[in-house]
Design a protein around this ligand. Structure first.
Ligand code: TYD
Ligand code: MG
Length: 451
């Protein structure tokens, strides 16, 4: 019988310690240590050495371009950088019910229909439930292999037996290794299962997708270390109530990160949204104060989206402030800039700032849009409907240049916008010809003069 040992893990970064600690010495976060029982199985002697384990000259390394399997879902391929890389391990994170299983089952369907051997391992749903879901998303022209199992060792054996090209593990939190005594979903189990899947992916050259649910803090439950271990990390975002879902590449060893894919949840599964800007701007109010359109660059793709602000005198002791889809602290900072640099009396006002469509943006280029939305609502003056805004705002109230200005202008022009409020530095370094009216501003005061 294996001897059980108690160890403590930081649930933030996975740092291991033999005793409980209040603060993690590695990532400095407080109260993150969790106790885990870890069994120590005796390994018989040293492992046999592999013959090829010696340093080599880089010039001897042959580059074979990685083989990619197109998923048949354009938006997913874009996030992955052009398809699934064989022998890679990917993690798909997201809130429960957001559509992770649906998306991966759709990928399975496309691969099966392209005559590839696919195994779907589920620890959450019965074969019957998977079949019902499969019926909704469309016809499978060939056989999909199903495996309802949670024991890692059984799964590994199953994979070795059927030798599929693509495997889905749904979800990491339900799988466990019999070698460890800790419960399924605990830090050590999640790490062990991921490590074993990584090994089999590389050894057998199988592409593996692991589903992981996220905690309230927005990290895949258990350790952040999971993100370091895998090749690709994708997050599925969006409000469960809203129909739109955003798939974001957070880490990608085979492509660029921060690329997004936009989907809509329909009765027959997820459908791709090819023109997200058009969708995001759908139903935008006309001639309403506090509504502006910004252009944010997500990965390589410019996205046009509406920001709404509502500023009204407060009837509370402390003004209320909320931000949906945008960083709350950023909104507070920009309001402070408006107070100090332009003299807007926002201290006694409630402020609500929203991003439309259940989208979440973090790019500083939307700063100027937030500023103008707030000012427009405060002054109760609507901005012209065909105006697009981008620019980063600094603490001194200066409007800074943002990258890829030309690309943003082109996208806005394509969607019929006529005027652009942008950093002056971007106008000075413009390389394209455009019919848009460009209003270059150097600081927040100049920007406010545009409305
Ligand atoms: P699911 O894919 O099971 O989410 P996860 O695996 O991330 O937990 O969630 C799907 C949700 O979407 C579920 O609430 C039902 C809904 N849905 C549809 O609206 N249309 C569909 O065709 C399918 C399959 C699911
Ligand atoms: Mg699921």
């Amino acid at each position: 019988m294996a001897k059980a040992k108690t160890v403590f893990f930081c649930s933030e970064c996975g740092h291991e310690s033999s005793k409980w600690l209040g603060q993690c010495p590695a990532c400095k976060s407080w109260n993150t240590f969790v106790e885990e029982k870890q069994s120590v199985t005796k390994k018989g002697g040293a492992k046999p050495r592999r013959a090829s384990a010696s340093p080599m000259n880089m010039s001897e390394v042959s580059i074979k371009s990685e083989e990619r399997i197109p998923t048949g879902i354009g938006e997913l391929d874009r996030v992955l950088g052009g398809g699934i890389v064989t022998g890679s391990l990917s993690l798909v994170g997201g809130d429960p019910g957001i559509g992770k299983s649906t998306l991966l089952l759709q990928v399975c369907r496309n691969l099966v229909n392209a005559k590839r051997k696919v195994l779907y391992v589920s620890g959450e749903e019965s074969a019957h439930q998977i079949k019902m879901r499969a019926e909704r998303i469309g016809a499978f022209e060939d056989e999909l292999l199903l495996f309802c199992e949670t024991i890692l060792e059984e799964i590994l054996e199953g994979i070795r037996k059927v030798r599929p090209e693509f495997v889905v593990i749904d979800s990491i939190q339900t799988m466990f290794s019999e070698e460890l005594t800790a419960a399924a979903g605990s830090v050590s189990q999640v790490r062990e299962v991921t490590a074993q899947m990584m090994r089999i992916a590389k050894e057998e050259n199988i592409a593996v997708f692991i589903v992981g649910h996220v905690t309230k803090e927005g990290v895949v439950a258990g350790p952040r270390t999971l993100e370091h271990m895998v090749d690709t990390v994708l997050y599925f975002e969006g409000e469960r109530e809203a129909a739109y879902r955003i798939l974001r590449g957070v880490k990608n060893r085979f492509g660029s990160t921060n690329e997004i894919g936009v989907f809509e949840m329909c009765a027959d599964g997820l459908t791709e949204v090819e023109n997200p800007s058009k969708m995001m701007l759908n139903g935008r109010p006309v001639d309403a104060s506090g509504s502006v359109v910004v252009c944010s660059l997500e990965g390589t793709r410019p996205i046009l989206i509406e920001i709404q602000a509502l500023i009204s005198p407060t009837s509370f002791q402390m003004p209320r402030r909320t931000a949906v889809g945008i960083d709350y602290n950023r909104v507070n900072l920009l309001m402070a800039v408006l107070e100090k640099r332009v003299g807007l009396q926002l201290g006694g006002c409630d402020a609500y700032v929203n991003l439309a469509g259940g989208m979440r943006l973090g790019e500083p280029a939307i700063d100027l849009g937030i500023i103008l939305a707030i000012a427009s609502s405060y002054k109760n003056i609507p901005l012209p409907e065909d105006t697009i805004i981008f620019g980063e705002v600094g603490l001194v109230g200066e409007v800074r240049r943002v990258s890829q200005g030309d690309q943003r202008i082109k996208e806005a022009e394509k969607l019929g916008f006529k005027t652009c409020i942008l950093p002056k530095a971007n106008v000075d370094s413009l390389k394209i010809r455009t019919n848009m009216r460009l209003l270059g501003v150097a600081n927040v005061r100049e920007a406010l003069d545009c409305i």
